[in-house]
Design a protein around this ligand. Structure first.
Ligand code: ZN
Length: 74
């Protein structure tokens, strides 16, 4: 059994998702907001600006933007 450390809250968990079960709904919601934002807006010049515009933390943004799902917007 492998223990993963949640990227959002630091809790340990054993499921195969990117974050712990408690944070999955929040993570899904943030990713949806980010997708909607990038569909309707130009990609801001910096992650800082993107964070300010979306209300998503830079740590989470960096993690989402590493994901292949978001490559189409970059
Ligand atoms: Zn968590």
């Amino acid at each position: 059994m492998e223990l993963n450390k949640c990227s959002r809250c630091g809790a340990f968990y054993t499921t195969s998702s990117n974050v712990c079960p408690n944070c999955v709904p929040k993570d899904t919601c943030d990713q949806l907001n980010l997708k909607n934002f990038l569909v309707e807006n130009e990609m801001p010049a910096s992650i800082e600006a993107l964070s300010a515009d979306t209300g998503i933390s830079m740590k989470n943004l960096n993690r989402f933007l590493d994901n292949d799902d978001f490559n189409v917007y970059l």
